[in-house]
Design a protein around this ligand. Structure first.
Ligand SMILES: [Zn+2]
Length: 597
């Protein structure tokens, strides 16, 4: 293994590896970037080419290519080893023992299946039925063959088993194909293609590996029914962090130091066709924190490019507020109704480049919208306009920037700056209030360090039992009223929320989010231990309930102590009403503690 590691290190350069994910700038003998692992505006992330390591002075993350890839891809060491070996062209000497190798084998097989499927769909487009049915349509939308090939567009013929049969012929079993989302398992247990008679758009991650598909109904087919069908959430495909086109766009995003965010996949492809390469699309309608986090690795200037229809405006506003909150320089383009980026790219690429070049700061756009929407000659209209804009200004993180926009807004709507400032402050205060009450809620119970770690252990046991035994999970879910605040604990509440959605299946639960892989392993461990300790099978429900009642008791005891303190305070203030209320609470909690015994 060591020789593998050394060989890979000798054949790769950390600057290239890190540079795939982050915009690096040369600074003296090393390279600098804004840290991908914590949020910052001035770069404190350093890559040392000579010594082949990285170090962040902001958050302390440091290491070599392996730890970098593990951290940024959220994968284990062995997965990182396999990935980097691929890149370095190193054939790994050590065969992993079966058990250890299982997870990355699965991951690698899933990538293989998706790659093969993509090739299959491509072939159907260029040499199969798609040649007549789809190619003319794509060309008619202004796409060159080169661009169609670059984005690896494809076609799947009508029928229930084209992809499925093809993959089975290549030696893959139904169960593993199912995990890519490409096929569906029927209630009767048979398998069939998810995508039938459709144009296929492969979706890739930042490294260009296909992780899923989006598909479009053929032009002329019944477009009212499911115009687009996507891969569902899988082990590899997570909608909340998919950025369509990022693999092709990232280099240009770094170079131009700006990313153009458009609404649809066709908008991305058409923009690339018009030589606007720094363009990506988010799947769904609005950006998430995850999207922003990934894009911020490459640039701090986002240009949001949305349709001006109602849905586009709502999505644009939500995305923009997120961006402002993430301290990103945000510009915005709202197209006139009925137009989209793809259409303009086709008819007049020069115009599209101009539109993007002249994108206005998002605050200007918000002021334009408010002015259009309300009658600002009427005092009430003016108030509403300013409140709309103030909501966005309240999201600006930097005081100087916010102050500047406040002045501009006051001028534009012809009101006193102080009044605009008041409107902003009111929104900020409300935001803080709701945040504070949330913080207070979660900190009601203050515990010492040792009590906390005891509680953590108990919580962990509850979580692992639920994950190891679906019937325990379902039982806790069905009786959650009984378990007081224990079910509000962060991870338990996730299990409560997602349980019914995934049919209390731990496999499904884990495949929704790869960060749960560790928990899965721990749960399987727990199950094994439990079953060796209880030869008769034990009673997992009862034992989990015991853990829960211990947790409830601890929480209640601590709460009683705090209430007693509060009572002392109320007593010395002569506040009898409060005293009475606190007493009632204490007796209620005490009874719970006793009845739990
Ligand atoms: Zn950092």
């Amino acid at each position: 293994m060591n020789s593998d590691v050394e060989l890979i290190k000798s054949r790769t350069n950390i600057v290239d590896i890190v540079g795939e994910y982050v915009k690096l700038t040369k600074a003296g003998s090393s390279f600098k970037a804004c840290c991908p692992f914590h949020s910052e505006k001035t770069p404190s992330f350093n890559v040392n080419e000579e010594k082949q390591f990285y170090h962040c002075f902001g958050c302390g993350q440091a290491g070599d290519i392996f730890s970098f890839v593990m951290e940024i891809e959220s994968i284990g060491f062995r997965d990182a080893l396999i990935m980097l070996a691929d890149k370095a062209g190193v054939e790994l000497q050590n065969n992993f023992s079966k058990n250890e190798g299982e997870s990355q084998d699965t991951k690698k097989r899933l990538y293989n299946i998706l790659e093969l499927t993509t090739k299959f769909y491509e072939k159907q487009l260029w040499d199969g039925g798609g040649k007549k049915k789809v190619l003319p349509y794509l060309r008619g939308r202004g796409l060159s063959d080169e661009t169609i090939k670059k984005f690896r567009l494809g076609y799947v013929p009508d029928g229930w088993n084209h992809a499925n049969n093809f993959l089975k012929k290549n030696g893959f079993e139904n169960e593993i194909i199912l995990q890519t989302g490409t096929i569906i398992k029927s209630d009767k247990g048979s398998y069939y293609d998810r995508f039938r008679n459709r144009i296929m758009f492969p979706i890739s991650d930042v490294l260009g590996r296909v992780i899923g598909f989006t598909s479009r109904v053929l032009p002329g087919d019944d477009e009212s029914q499911a115009k687009y069908i996507n891969t569902p959430e899988t082990y590899l495909y997570h909608k909340s962090n998919v950025l369509y086109g990022i693999d092709h766009a990232k280099k240009e995003i770094k170079q131009k130091n700006a990313v153009v965010v458009v609404e649809g996949n066709m908008d991305v492809i058409a923009s690339h066709e018009s030589n606007i390469i720094n363009t990506i699309a988010v799947s769904g309608t609005a950006m998430t924190d995850e999207h922003i986090k990934i894009l911020k690795r490459y640039t701090n200037h986002f240009i949001l490019f949305f349709d001006a229809d109602a849905a586009g405006q709502v999505a644009a506003r939500r995305s923009a507020l997120f961006c402002l909150d993430a301290d990103v320089q945000t510009s915005m383009i709202l197209l006139t109704e009925g137009k989209d980026a793809a259409d303009i790219a086709k008819t007049n690429p020069e115009e599209l480049r101009d539109i993007i070049k002249n994108a206005k700061n998002v605050m200007e756009v918000f002021m334009d919208i408010a002015e259009d929407k309300y009658d600002i000659n009427d005092p009430h209209g003016k108030r509403e306009a300013i409140e709309d804009v103030a909501e966005a200004m309240a999201n600006i993180v930097n005081d100087i920037e916010r102050g500047e926009w406040m002045i501009k807004c006051a001028k534009r709507f012809d009101v006193d700056e102080r009044l605009v400032n008041n409107a902003i402050q009111k929104i900020i205060e409300e935001k803080q209030k709701s945040q504070q009450s949330f913080v207070q809620d979660t900190q009601v119970v203050q515990m010492s360090k040792s009590e906390q770690s005891q509680m953590q252990r108990i919580y962990k046991s509850i979580i692992l039992m639920m994950m190891a035994y679906p019937h325990v999970w379902e039982h806790i879910y069905n009786n959650k009223e009984k378990y007081g605040q224990v079910v509000d604990q962060k991870n338990i509440s996730v299990l409560m929320r997602e349980g019914p959605e995934c049919g209390f299946s731990v496999g499904e639960f884990v495949s929704n989010d790869s960060s749960r892989e560790q928990l899965y392993k721990a749960a399987m461990n727990m199950q094994q231990k439990y079953e060796t300790e209880h030869e008769d099978g034990g009673s997992p429900i009862e034992d989990t309930e015991t853990y829960i009642s211990i947790a409830m008791e601890n929480l209640n005891k601590r709460r009683i102590e705090m209430l007693v303190n509060k009572m002392d305070e109320a007593e010395s203030n002569g506040d009898y009403d409060t005293q009475k209320k606190i007493l009632e609470q204490i007796s209620k909690l005490s009874q719970q503690v006793i009845s739990n015994k």
